[in-house]
Design a protein around this ligand. Structure first.
Ligand SMILES: Nc1ncnc2c1ncn2[C@@H]1O[C@H](COP(=O)(O)OP(=O)(O)OP(=O)(O)O)[C@@H](O)[C@H]1O
Length: 257
């Protein structure tokens, strides 16, 4: 555990001038008759890392998937650069500089690392392939040593790195990450969160991170939102939320720090 406690809180995000990159307004999502999201509002500004935390079943993954158009929002708006993408098909949303690393790191198990990374370029083409490959190998040297290894034979941490690397190959402006720490050893979680911080600091990549690991997520993020039963109940800077008693007792018990 000591390895992870060396995380440093990132500095403030660049001034949140103008329109947010992503604006979520009154979003409601249903699975049949079950209402999973009950009017969610959220902003993500360019250059920010924003995290959404909450218990199992709160609706975090549903919000991330709704941003990607599957399931579709039944009400509300999802504005990306001011354009409402809420009713667009997923493939159209994914051509708008949004990339997702889904929960459960759905990489292609029978394809090699290199082939998985090629899949990430489907929507942007091969023009910058070599340059982008060098970039993800710099970020994740472990993948470079395993280019011809099948995805399914990688460790959990390597699969997570591959899922993020594949998303980055699409040159996103907004990176959506669903539970990148799930099931991983603390030292690997630290490596992955360090890379996210680095991408944000050096390239200004905007990141929306869904996490159950509230301690790490709130230390990494500029701002956070807490979701309970499909509603946002609290928001603040990562630091503010970490110091709130309600957050500490609900999400930080159990020796994360
Ligand atoms: N495909 C589905 N069909 C029906 N109900 C679903 C489906 N997916 C999720 N739900 C329900 O929607 C609610 C929100 O689930 P969701 O997976 O978004 O929560 P979560 O906060 O991401 O939880 P976790 O951290 O466990 O992934 C839960 O009540 C869940 O049971």
């Amino acid at each position: 555990m000591s390895a992870v406690s060396s995380h440093v809180v990132v500095g403030p995000a660049p001034a949140a001038a103008g329109q947010p990159l992503l604006q979520i307004r009154g979003v409601e999502t249903f699975y049949g008759k079950i209402q999973a999201l009950k009017g969610v509002d959220m902003d993500v500004h360019e250059g920010e890392i924003v995290t959404l935390i909450g218990a199992n079943g709160a609706g975090k993954s549903t919000l991330m998937m709704t941003i990607c158009g599957n399931p579709r929002a039944r009400a509300g708006q999802i504005l990306f650069r001011g354009e409402d993408i809420a009713q667009m098909p997923t493939h159209a949303i994914m051509t708008r500089e949004i990339a997702q690393s889904p929960e459960g790191r759905r990489i292609f198990g029978r394809m090699t690392v290199l082939e998985n990374l090629q899949m990430g370029t489907t929507l942007v083409g091969q023009e910058h392939f070599d340059e982008d490959l060098r970039r993800v190998f710099d970020l994740f040297p472990r993948l470079k040593e395993r280019t011809s290894q099948r995805g399914g034979t990688l460790s959990g941490g390597e699969q997570q790195m591959l899922a993020i690397a594949r998303a980055l190959m699409g040159r996103p402006k907004l990176l959506l990450l669903d539970e990148p720490s799930l099931g991983l050893a603390p030292i690997i979680v630290k490596q992955i969160f360090d890379v996210i911080r680095e991408l944000n600091r050096t390239e200004g990549l905007t990141v929306f991170l869904v996490e159950q690991n509230a301690f790490h997520a709130l230390r990494l993020a500029h701002r956070g939102y807490v979701m309970v039963n499909g509603r946002i109940t609290m928001t603040g800077t990562g630091r503010e939320l970490l110091s709130r008693e309600e957050v500490r007792s609900a999400y930080l018990e159990g020796g994360h720090h």
